[in-house]
Structure formats: structure tokens, C-alpha cells
Design a protein. Structure first.
Lengths: 180, 217
């Protein structure tokens, strides 16, 4: 920004040959400095609020083997978590593995859950989550998060232990699909 | 007719004041942000759509990517009580100096039998073997949780928070062992520490709870 010389209005003229020393303005343009200041402020404000860890609620049932929850076969969906971020699922009881047992992924499982939710009477829905020994902590959190995203109410999903038969199926599928 | 003189005004604005304000704010934010010490145990937490902020003052069970389990008693008011109880109950024979060291340490990550020697040798967090909680026979986390549960008996629900902070790559069985230790002490509600992720706008939750509506738990 050019500095406008406003100081030359009042002074009277000197005679010819007398050179007037050029007066330089002492003012510095502070605009870029202000810009930089605000940029840094924005940066600090954003980084501080965004790095706060969040907490996800989780509830587990009482450790009592006598408590058994009855689940309607028509409303049951079992999700199995395996190695290599693979998801497997089946509906109802596993009687015919070749037809029922399906492979999915963490991006595709959402549609399956929603589908099941829409086609099941409200009270009957039960999603059982069974991670096997190769599933990671991230996988477990992801699938619980999926419950929140799909608005499955508490009490309609549970974490359970994988049965040897189910785990066997997971391992066989992993082998045939070449997942390491 | 006299000439109307329009005074010529400068188009320059004095930026000094604005600059002062900007830098004052900047220094305020830098100083106000808590300097987070580099964490002794590195854990990369998974993401979730949860918006609730995890409390600092909490009982935190950390699970690192190798499946090691550490306990952090973030609530200083009960820390003394818990450690003393553990010392007398398991006859750890820690003297006052060792107790003070244990109290000052952030993480507990050594089997109880090695606690005394670990404190004497000042073992660093990243070299700790973790609290054993592999099976029911040698589940020391269960012991710790029992002492913690007793210490918090009678305190208000909102004053006690149980957090599990796990690494992305930690295997599920290690997490399951932690849950088992909680279940054994009837700690059925806890929270998982995650980093935030935005809720997909096309999701079911978003449709049923549009932003701005009352929060449901």
C-alpha cells in the first residue's frame, strides 16, 4: 500500500536551490503481520479442540452362565469378525453353512444390517457380534460403531464368544479366499 | 462564494492495535493449551462417531498393540487408597519410598511379584511387561479391578469412570480378557477411548437424531 504524503500541506516554501530532505514515513504496513497472527490463532484453536479423545459407551452383561437370552431365529443376525479386516455373517441359526454363511466387509456390512433392521419386527432384532482370535480391537470398535450409526438400540446387539464350528468356517473361508 | 473544502483523509488504517490483539490472542491460546507430555505408551486409538469427550480423571486400562495391559489411576483422590490396599492385601512389602514412587508413576504395568524390584530399578514404561491378565488363573487385572471397585464403593456414578484405551492392532482376545476382569468385579459399564469421526449424513442415526435435537443416550 502506498503511503500518502499528507504532511506537506502546511510548510512554507524555501528559496530556490535549497533542497528539501525527503521525509520517509516511519509507518510500517502491519497487514501481513495481522494476517499471520490470525492464521496462527485459527491453527491453534483447531488443533486443540480436534485432538480430544472421545469415549464410546459399552455395556456387557453380568458374568453369569445361568442367564440366557432367548432370541427369535427370524430376528437374529450373527456377525463374525476374522483376520484381515474380513466380516462374515449369517441370519438365524447356522444349519446350512454353504448357503447361509456370507462374506462381507466393514464398508458393505452397513447395508446388510440396515436391510435386516428394516425387514424385522422392531422387538425381534438381535445382532450377535463374535470376533475370533484374529480380529483386532479396531475391528471390534468399528462394528460397535456401526451399531450406533445404524441406530440399533442397546439390548439389540451383544458381544459373544465364537463357537468352534463358526470359527472353523471362518478359517476355511479365509483359506479359500487366500486371506493372510 | 466561498469554496467548500473537503478535508482529505488518509485511507490508511492503523493496524497496530489489531496486530496487538491478534498476538495477544495467539499467546493466550498457546499458553492455555495444555502441554501434553509425549505418552510413554504409544497407542493409536480407533475412530468412532461418538461425540462424548473422554474424562481425564478416570481409571484407564491401556492395551497396546502387543497385547500388554497397563493400568492408570487418573483420579488422584483414590490412588493412595488403592495402592495401599493392594500393598497390604498382596503383601508386596513396599516401603514408603517405593510407595511414593509408585504413586508418582503414571502407569502400572508390572506383575505384582515384580513390582518391588521394578520400582527399585526404575523400569521405564516401554520396558514394562504389562499386567498379566491372560487367563483366570493368573489374572492380576482382576485383582486390581477388585481393589478399584472397593475403593469407589459408594461414590457417585459420575465420579467414577472406567475407560479402556486400546490400540488399533491389539487382538481381540486381549480385549476380551480385560472385559472378563471387569465382569468378574461387576463393572459392566465402561467406555472405550476413541478418536472422533464424523457421522455419515446418510446414516440411520443421523435421520433419527438430526443435529440439534435433544441428545439421547
Amino acid at each position: 500500500m502506498a503511503e500518502m504524503d499528507t504532511s506537506s500541506g502546511g510548510g512554507h516554501k524555501k528559496g530556490p536551490g535549497v533542497k528539501k530532505p525527503t521525509k520517509k514515513s516511519t509507518r510500517v504496513d502491519l497487514t501481513p503481520m495481522v494476517d499471520l497472527g490470525f492464521l496462527l490463532i485459527t491453527f491453534f484453536v483447531f488443533t486443540t479442540t480436534m485432538q480430544q479423545p472421545t469415549a464410546m459407551h459399552m455395556a456387557v452383561p453380568k458374568d453369569d452362565p445361568t442367564i440366557k437370552t432367548e432370541v427369535k431365529q427370524s430376528g437374529a443376525m450373527t456377525i463374525l469378525l476374522g483376520k484381515g479386516d474380513q466380516v462374515y455373517y449369517y441370519y438365524g441359526q447356522l444349519t446350512n453353512p454353504t448357503e447361509q454363511f456370507k462374506v462381507s466387509s466393514y464398508t458393505k456390512i452397513r447395508d446388510e444390517i440396515l436391510n435386516k433392521k428394516r425387514n424385522t419386527p422392531l422387538g425381534d432384532l438381535m445382532i450377535v457380534i463374535k470376533p475370533n482370535e484374529d480380529a483386532t480391537f479396531k475391528n471390534t470398535v468399528d462394528i460397535f460403531d456401526e451399531m450406533t450409526i445404524n441406530d440399533i438400540k442397546g439390548g439389540h446387539f451383544a458381544l459373544d464368544k465364537i463357537t468352534p464350528a463358526e470359527n472353523n468356517l471362518v478359517h476355511l473361508t479365509e483359506q479359500s479366499n487366500g486371506i493372510k | 462564494m466561498p469554496k467548500v473544502k473537503i478535508p482529505r483523509k488518509s485511507t490508511n488504517i492503523d493496524m497496530t492495535a489489531m496486530c496487538d490483539v491478534a498476538f495477544l490472542l495467539l499467546s493466550f491460546f498457546i499458553m492455555a493449551t495444555k502441554q501434553k507430555p509425549p505418552e510413554a505408551i504409544t497407542v493409536k486409538t480407533p475412530t468412532s462417531v461418538s461425540t462424548e469427550v473422554a474424562k481425564e480423571k478416570a481409571i484407564l486400562v491401556t492395551l497396546n498393540k502387543d497385547g500388554k495391559v497397563f493400568l492408570m489411576l487418573g483420579d488422584k483422590t483414590k490412588k493412595d487408597e488403592i495402592l495401599k490396599e493392594m500393598n497390604t492385601f498382596r503383601q508386596l512389602n513396599l516401603n514408603d519410598a517405593e510407595m511414593a514412587k509408585l504413586k508418582a508413576a503414571d502407569y502400572i504395568g508390572v506383575p505384582l511379584a515384580q513390582l518391588k524390584s521394578a520400582l527399585d530399578n526404575n523400569i521405564k514404561e516401554d520396558q514394562m511387561p504389562g499386567i498379566p491378565c491372560l487367563d483366570s488363573a493368573n489374572n492380576e487385572l482382576r485383582e486390581w479391578m477388585r481393589v478399584v471397585t472397593n475403593a469407589y464403593q459408594g461414590t457417585k456414578k459420575e465420579d467414577f469412570e472406567l475407560l479402556v484405551k486400546g490400540d488399533d492392532l491389539a487382538k481381540y482376545p486381549a480385549f476380551k480378557n480385560i472385559i472378563d476382569a471387569f465382569q468378574a468385579n461387576n463393572q459392566l459399564r465402561f467406555k472405550l477411548v476413541t478418536s472422533s469421526e464424523t457421522m455419515p449424513p446418510e446414516s440411520e442415526y443421523y435421520k433419527n437424531h438430526p443435529p440439534g435435537s435433544a441428545k439421547e443416550n
